[in-house]
Design a protein around this ligand. Structure first.
Ligand SMILES: O=C(O)CCC(=O)C(=O)O
Length: 260
């Protein structure tokens, strides 16, 4: 089975959800024209890192975003990995990835597990407590958010439970672009999985973001990589490559978890 992917590497208007919904819809139309089966949005794409105003501009129980994504998924018959948004709940605000399939079903909500202190997330957000596993077209996938990729045991926990595609949504700053690339390629090689990573472009008052969204195959080879500016990055993923890699080098069988 093959999937055509479209990563929306967009700029995000700081603290302006209404404008960002419009921008995201325009990008999504482009992905539809590119015949994508799955579209992926960046991290906190409705608000950006306007953390001090999240109480005002966050999305109550993610309801507005879910409705927005569901309508587009149904209209275009496309799976949408809805990046992440600030989800307001009674327990506080979470950085939440929302995944809706082409039938409009809410497949998964994943809350960012590792909060990034360098950008003050721990002062404004609550850490997640659940895994990022989900299934689309009978394929096991996993979702991660930005800083999560610095914790290889988190991705391994998901690939050991069958994940063949690791989706990453991010607002990764430009000064650490080398880390972004190296970490993503490593996660693909060690998990013998596709890595589909979407970063934002542009800047906010504190950061310039790196862009360079990437689609990487289970051998660690880059299928496609964006530049620094906004763009729609596409690539095709062929699941036989996952079994080829895992059969040739049986890393999962050779693991010695009793010793780790
Ligand atoms: O780990 C990093 O260098 C960047 C992480 C980050 O920007 C985030 O989690 O939002």
């Amino acid at each position: 089975m093959k999937w055509k992917l479209a990563c929306i590497q967009m700029d995000i208007a700081f603290g302006k959800p209404d404008l960002n919904y419009q921008l995201a819809e325009q990008w999504l139309e482009k992905a539809v024209h590119a015949n994508a089966d799955i579209v992926i949005l960046p991290e906190l794409w409705t608000t950006g890192y306007d953390l001090t105003r999240l109480n005002e501009i966050g999305d109550e129980e993610a309801e507005k975003t879910i409705e927005f994504i569901r309508n587009l998924a149904l209209k275009h018959q496309i799976h949408i990995i809805g990046g992440s948004i600030a989800k307001k709940t009674q327990k506080g605000i979470f950085n939440t990835m929302v995944i809706i399939d082409k039938n409009g079903k809410l497949v998964k909500e994943y809350d960012k597990l590792h909060l990034f202190r360098l950008m003050d997330e721990h002062h404004f957000l609550q850490p997640g407590e659940k895994d990022g596993l989900f299934t689309l077209d009978d394929k096991i996938c996993a979702g991660f958010i930005c800083y999560d990729i610095r914790f290889p045991e988190w991705q391994r926990a998901h690939s050991a439970r069958g994940a063949e595609v690791l989706f990453v949504t991010a607002e990764w700053p430009k000064p650490r672009l080398d880390h972004w690339r190296a970490l993503l390629i490593s996660r693909a090689i060690e998990n013998q999985a596709y890595v589909v990573a979407v970063n934002r472009s542009g800047s906010d008052i504190n950061n310039v973001f790196a862009g360079h969204s990437m689609i990487i195959d289970p051998w660690g080879y880059t299928i496609s990589e964006a530049g620094e500016e906004s763009e729609l990055l596409t690539g095709t993923l062929d699941f036989t490559e996952v079994s080829n890699a895992r059969n040739k080098i049986p890393v999962f069988e050779d693991r010695r978890p009793d010793y780790y």
